[in-house]
Write a protein that binds this ligand. Structure first.
Ligand code: AMP
Length: 989
């Protein structure tokens, strides 16, 4: 018998309708991508979302069509979500922190027909558009004034109909649009998992699953949201739907505060403070940054009541800092893209909340209990249920109406077991209070002697060490125990430590047999696109570097040992040996019985002290093991070259340069005698003006065909006419000679295109997109591939039609083609060494801003000057990493210059160096210690802006610089070289 209640499909349009009707004036405040804080309301959001729906319908978007978004958390992004979902289309959130190749793959797999993007991501869009045959429209989330003047896809994109300004669409379309009316099982959203194993897989949420998830998360023991709350979702809308907050906040009628592109501690604090935020949600790294900011600034959080922390295990230090210093309750949560995402939360039960705080801590550290609507259990590898005794480790399984039943397009096949449970891939325990604790990802757990060691637990303890910035544990192969744990430590800036110190620290906190066999100090710990430690990459890098466990595990400090924490010991392992093992104990016999025997101390491998440099600031110790290394640079030019390589299947494909350890970008020799220059010089001269003498190497004067006439030629032709001829007249057929000449011309085409592009831009009859982006970066490589075929055919014709007459021409064509490829390889290798950035600074903590005058000079279409050091860099090697981080790794020259000079003297020295470098001064303010300058490269006029700040310092003065390109795409190392050269010049002055 059916119940007799109304059905009312649970579709998501009802959420924003409800918010607009009953809390229509409640604000949604965003830090806009353009800069200013923007305020709107739920009423306006609904109105504008309907206009978006009409715009989509006018573009021909139908129910079920996928529409991508590549955007930060802003009110506009919310309008787009509701606009897409309201008409039954599918909102596909793309994660900009993935590699461009992955984004292209995902958008193509999803079949996205249109993409809404923030200005920030236009370079990514330009790069991937040629690979997205279904994408017809790209809508930029901005107004007409901020639209780029010179956007061009990096290759053929026949379906693409051009960029549209979002505000134009909103203005031009009506706010009358019928939403809903479809089944609640209709697909609403699509989000791909990060794909650490195999291809990314799409999780296709339905209106019903998201609606139920909203109701679930609003429960008091979940997020407990109220109309009175002011909610700041730091977790991005592109990462598992911002944990549903873009539905639950309007569902509750709470005020929303959207952080836009800025997620650094200072920016988040500013919003928390000025907007009176009561509730927020983010991954631990964001909170770590906020806490550091609070610590440094002494600021407090009087209004914030609760933060949800999930996505990765939350360390005790964060929970305690929030609770004990700022009186903010932490709810530790676990979930996955596949679980919509909220799965469990560590909210104290009535019984546990009566315990003293310290006794609650073990439970607060766990990932907690499932809310109504979610079922979890543990199973072993045979599918047998395991007890909930807090001891048994098992595969965590989950079931319910907000959990994925299968992946989009059936990827991965059947994903539910016979009882309908989804295997999370996490290994966990569940205790008798029902608190689940993740002990590892199934693929990360260290299997030692048949037992499992939780890497997460060791990491959580290690990050509590005051010197540690980040910690990771991975398993390394062991001849006896299969695997043993290795602890990787990234120290905080300026810290030094010994391996033994960490073993000591872990003693007594973990089982003896869990004790890492080795401790490695690393320059960085790579994070994946969703901000989690990328252990797959760590294992890969260690394998590439031939890492093996030390013969005997690292031991702690024996009581009588002298304090040996020193930089030298840390450095001692820089050669990749196990030299930093200070005490060599007996080889371990069994994990349960790690021996503490002290062996004779080996010769310490102390590296010579570096030359003292009076003006240089001392920085953190050298990294011992490099985990993150630049791999393929996916800058636009390289992507083009790689794409062209793939097209020319018959020719050898250009291999990406082998990853190399980070090192200062070498100053390449000018590519003399090179017939093709694909880029501006990869590491240019110190000036903004490219050395004209280097450009003289451009092949303007290269002969097109072998010279005719002249005595020598006549003599040669006599001799040649004595050779057997292929035609009756003794000459090759005319068509054959013509073809060979044409082949030579074709082989010259790349050089002609590059030279023509450079000259055209220089003389002003070609614009940059044509002369540089198209002719130099796009057409020239394609022409080189065409010339492979034409010159090979010329060779065949020469062999058949008379080699003595035609052979030279054919060989010349082949040689020119080979030279073009050599130049392409060279340019690619050189640009591969420059990071995919255009912004280099010596101080990212207080980034140098440009004055209004300098910003106006940059123009509206220039790349945005973002003072957010956490801006992710979208590229294969650097995805998800901050510019500050990438700068530190790839441009070691970008260091502040501290010198004994007075600030006035230092200013004058900088000014002289800037002038000598041929830059044009824009601001010259010695009183304020502020100088701005600008300059363009010689051929293409690629423009960069420089800002310099000179401040008094305890030692005398400190000079900071920031140099930033205006044009789209990476700067091929120009800005790094400029800063390095200016610093050298000032120091030597
Ligand atoms: P994603 O689908 O990218 O959100 O990743 C989901 C995975 O993140 C889970 O399967 C866990 O491995 C991990 N994860 C999420 N939350 C936590 C947490 N609180 N503690 C430990 N791991 C977590």
């Amino acid at each position: 018998m059916q119940g007799l209640m109304q059905h009312g499909a649970l579709t998501l349009d009802k959420i924003i309708d409800h918010a607009a009707k009953w809390n229509g004036g409640r604000e949604v405040v965003s830090r806009s991508v353009e800069g200013p804080i923007v305020r709107t309301t739920y009423g306006e959001i609904r109105d504008r979302a309907k206009r978006v729906s009409n715009a989509l319908l006018a573009m021909g978007i139908k129910p079920g069509d996928r529409v991508g978004t590549l955007a930060w958390n802003t009110g506009r992004h919310m309008e787009v979500w509701y606009g897409i979902m309201g008409i039954g289309a599918v909102c596909h959130t793309l994660n900009p922190r993935l590699f461009p190749e992955q984004i292209a793959w995902i958008a193509d797999h999803a079949g996205d027909r249109a993409i809404f993007t923030d200005l920030t991501f236009l370079p990514i869009i330009a790069g991937i558009l040629p690979r997205l045959p279904h994408v017809e429209h790209v809508i930029v989330l901005t107004d007409r004034a901020h639209m780029p003047a010179d956007f061009a896809p990096a290759g053929e994109a026949p379906h693409f109909k051009g960029l549209l300004a979002y505000e134009d669409l909103v203005e031009q379309n009506s706010a009358e649009c019928a939403w809903g009316g479809f089944d609640e099982g209709t697909a609403a959203g699509l989000c791909y998992t990060s794909g650490t194993t195999g291809d990314p897989k799409g999780v296709l949420y339905s209106h019903r699953s998201n609606f139920l998830h909203t109701l679930i998360t609003m429960q008091p023991d979940v997020m407990g949201l109220s109309q009175k709350d002011v909610i700041l979702p730091v977790v991005p809308m592109f990462h598992a739907n911002a944990w549903g907050v873009a539905f639950s906040a309007p569902g509750a009628g709470a005020k929303m505060v959207m952080p836009g592109a800025k997620m650094d501690g200072a920016s988040i604090f500013e919003l928390l403070d000025t907007e009176g935020v009561t509730f927020s949600a983010a991954v631990p790294t964001v909170w770590q940054m906020l806490l550091q900011h609070l610590e440094a600034s002494g600021a407090k959080l009087p209004v914030l009541k609760k933060v949800v922390i999930g996505g990765a295990a939350c360390p005790e230090s964060i929970i305690r800092a929030f609770q004990e210093k700022y009186d903010v309750e932490v709810v530790h949560a676990w979930g996955m893209t596949e679980t919509s995402p909220v799965g469990t939360l560590s909210v104290m039960t009535d019984e546990l909340s009566k315990l003293p705080y310290d006794q609650q801590m073990p439970y607060r550290l766990k990932q907690g209990r499932p809310p109504l609507g979610v079922e979890i259990c543990l199973k072993d590898d045979e599918g047998q249920r395991l007890p909930h005794d807090g001891q048994a480790f098992g595969n965590l399984k989950i079931r319910g109406p907000i959990i994925a039943a299968e992946y989009f397009r059936g990827a991965g096949g059947k994903i539910l077991d016979d009882e309908g449970f989804f295997d999370t891939g996490d290994v966990a325990t569940i205790d008798d209070h029902g608190f689940m604790q993740i002990t590892d990802r199934a693929k990360d757990v260290v299997k030692s002697g048949g037992e499992w060691i939780s890497t997460i637990e060791i990491e959580n303890i290690a990050v509590g060490h005051p010197k540690v910035a980040l910690a990771a544990v991975v398993g390394a192969a062991h001849p006896k125990w299969d695997e043993r744990p290795v602890l990787l430590i990234k120290l905080k800036d300026g810290e030094t430590a010994s391996k033994a110190e960490f073993i000591d620290y872990l003693q007594g906190k973990i089982a003896k047999w869990w004790m890492p066999d080795d401790v490695l100090f690393v320059d960085d710990i790579p994070l994946g696109a969703t901000g989690k430690i990328d252990k797959k990459l760590i294992r890969k890098r260690l394998a590439e570097q031939g890492y093996t466990l030390p013969e005997a595990p690292v031991q702690g400090t024996p009581p009588e040992a002298p304090p040996e924490a020193s930089k030298a010991q840390t450095l001692a392992a820089a050669d990749g040996s196990h030299g930093a093992v200070i005490y060599a104990p007996e080889p371990v016999e069994a994990p349960e019985d790690v021996q503490q025997v002290m062996a004779p101390e080996p010769e310490p491998q102390i590296q010579p002290e570096p030359e003292p440099v009076a003006t240089e600031v001392v920085h953190a110790p050298e990294p011992v093991v490099e985990v993150e290394k630049p791999v393929e640079d996916t800058s636009q030019a390289d992507a083009l070259i790689a794409a062209a390589a793939a097209v020319a299947a018959a020719t050898p494909v250009i291999a990406p340069p082998e990853p190399e350890p980070p090192k200062p970008a070498p100053r390449p020799e000018p590519v003399a005698e090179t017939p093709l220059r694909l880029h501006e010089p990869a590491a240019p001269k110190p000036t903004l003006i490219v050395d004209p003498s280097a450009e003289d190497d451009l092949p303007f004067a290269m002969p097109i065909t072998p010279r005719k006439g002249g005595k020598k030629a006549k003599a040669r032709s006599k001799a040649e006419s004595a050779e057997p001829a292929k035609t009756k007249s003794g000459k090759p057929p005319l068509w054959a000679s013509l073809y060979v000449d044409l082949a030579v011309l074709a082989a010259l085409a790349p050089a002609i295109l590059v030279a023509g592009g450079a000259l055209g831009v220089k003389l002003g009859f070609l614009d940059l997109p044509l002369g540089y982006t198209a002719m130099t970066l796009d057409w020239a490589p394609k022409a080189a591939f065409v010339s492979v075929a034409t010159s090979l055919l010329a060779l065949v014709i020469a062999l058949v039609g008379g080699f003595s007459k035609l052979g030279k021409g054919a060989l010349l064509a082949l040689a020119l083609t080979a030279a073009s490829f050599a130049a392409m390889f060279g340019a690619k290798a050189l640009s591969g060494q420059s990071p995919p950035i255009h912004d280099v600074a010596t101080d990212w903590k207080t980034p140098l801003a440009f004055s209004d005058v300098a910003l106006a000079a940059r123009g509206g279409s220039a790349q945005i000057v973002d003072d957010d050091p956490s801006l992710p860099v979208g590229s294969a090697a650097y995805a998800g990493r901050s510019i500050a981080d990438v700068n530190a790794e790839t441009c070691p020259a970008a260091r502040p210059l501290v010198s004994p000079r007075t600030p006035g003297d230092a200013y004058e020295a900088v000014k002289a160096a800037v002038m000598a470098a041929g830059l044009t001064l824009v601001t010259d303010d010695p009183a304020d210690g502020r100088l701005e300058a600008t300059g363009s490269s010689f051929w293409y006029g690629l423009t960069d802006d420089l800002v310099v700040r000179v401040r008094p310092d305890a030692q005398g003065s400190r000079v900071d610089m920031r140099s930033i390109g205006r044009d789209a795409g990476p700067d091929q190392g120009r800005n790094c070289a400029r800063i390095g050269d200016l610093i050298t010049a000032v120091r030597g002055a």
